[in-house]
Design a binder for this molecule. Structure first.
Ligand code: TXA
Ligand code: MG
Length: 351
């Protein structure tokens, strides 16, 4: 019986969970077996670590939602080994989707396509569409091949928290709730995949920016509309899961220019970008990229937020990152992680 069954379904099987220690990490062969047996296992990808289960097994998929404490209105992405397997999960594939698949798969791009009946409704939150991607990570693809099934895999973190870019990050948050973790080093990109949908009779729609940038997509297929979640109150979300509050550390984080009149709380931590001079107002500064390199900054983003979070400060202040290229995706994540207003003195409290 997979470990996750004992931990997450205690009403079904009354067994006291065993405390898990990491390492040892799970091997590719063990991970494939866990998946075939209906368990859940964290795997490395080039974007972030994913928490994987057999996408065709609704009970296994239910364990992912339970482990992450994720609401079931937030659909999962299905991972396949090669773009040539797209028709196994997608009922139909528009021309533009094929063009993007040929150019960017494997890679950090998720295509939202009409789903096949065999994909359980739980995976797609009952939507008629399914998000599909081919990870550009040899370990992830090897596990999919050995398991012989598509993998439903959200990022391997608790709901609304920071995504993991190392195996240790996964162990910290989910280690005791899941059947294993495969270590594949640090995620090369460090930010979740770009998501694009193909509404009928309309332009393709960017739902989440990522390393496959809007410029790259437009260069390849022409016009694309952009419809990411807006923080305007009362406005409907463009897609389930586009929750405004997301990617949050426990320490309150503020992204944006600090008002000149603001009083910084005593232990203010600083996430910098580019050339900076020493600033005594901050207890600690980490620089995402001293050279202002956006790819380097993206790869460091989540692990540096976690490092600062561990220092138990009052506030994390993040320098502005330019909006061009992958910067659009970094801005998207930081805005969702941020407090909406600079906090009043004494108003900061760990989440
Ligand atoms: O890079 C990634 O995409 C990572 C790695 C593990 O592959 N996965 C990831 O999954 O970021 P997750 O669960 O954290 O984000 C999935 C998001 C959902 O929140 C939702 O916004 C969108 O993908 N999504 C999935 N299926 C969708 C659908 N059918 N229609 C619209 N949006 C969908
Ligand atoms: Mg996520």
């Amino acid at each position: 019986m997979p470990f996750s069954e004992r931990v997450l379904l205690p009403n079904l099987r009354k067994v006291t969970p065993v405390k898990r220690m990491y390492p040892p990490w799970t091997t590719i062969t063990e991970a494939s077996q866990i998946i075939r047996e209906g368990g859940i296992v964290a795997i490395p990808t080039e974007t972030v670590y994913g928490l994987a289960a057999n996408a065709l097994n609704a009970l296994a998929v239910a364990k992912i939602f339970a482990a992450k404490e994720r609401p079931t209105f937030d659909p999962l992405i299905v991972h396949i080994a090669s773009a040539s397997n797209l028709p196994e999960a997608a009922e139909s594939i528009p021309e533009n989707a094929w063009i993007l698949a040929e150019k960017f798969m494997p890679g950090p791009l998720t295509l939202v396509l009409p789903k096949r009946k065999k994909i359980p409704d739980l995976v797609t939150s009952s939507l008629p569409t399914v998000g599909i991607r081919v990870p550009d990570h040899p370990i992830a693809r090897e596990i999919i091949r050995e398991a012989g099934v598509p993998l439903a895999a959200p990022s391997a973190n608790l709901f609304q928290r920071v995504s993991p870019t190392t195996a240790l990050h996964v162990a910290e948050q989910l280690g005791e709730r899941i059947d294993g973790i495969v270590d594949g080093g640090q995620s090369r990109i460090g930010l979740e995949s770009t998501i694009i949908a193909f509404p009928e009779g309309k332009n393709p729609l960017l739902l989440r920016p990522g390393a496959i940038t809007l410029e790259m997509l437009r260069e390849t297929i022409g016009d694309i509309d952009v419809n990411m979640s807006s923080s305007e109150p009362g406005k409907a979300l463009p897609a389930p899961g586009m929750v405004d509050k997301h990617y949050q550390p426990a320490t309150p984080l503020y992204y944006g220019a600090v008002p000149e009149t603001a009083t910084l709380p005593p232990k203010t931590l600083h996430l910098a970008f580019g050339k900076i001079s020493e600033d005594e107002r901050f207890t600690k500064t980490l620089n995402l990229s001293a050279d202002g390199n956006l790819l380097e900054a993206t790869a460091n983003l989540y692990s540096f937020i976690r490092k600062l979070d561990r220092l138990g400060g009052d506030l994390i202040v993040v320098d502005p990152v330019p909006e061009n290229g992958i910067g659009m995706a970094v801005n998207d994540r930081l805005k969702r992680a941020s407090l909406k207003y600079f906090p009043e003195p004494n108003a900061t409290e760990r989440r």
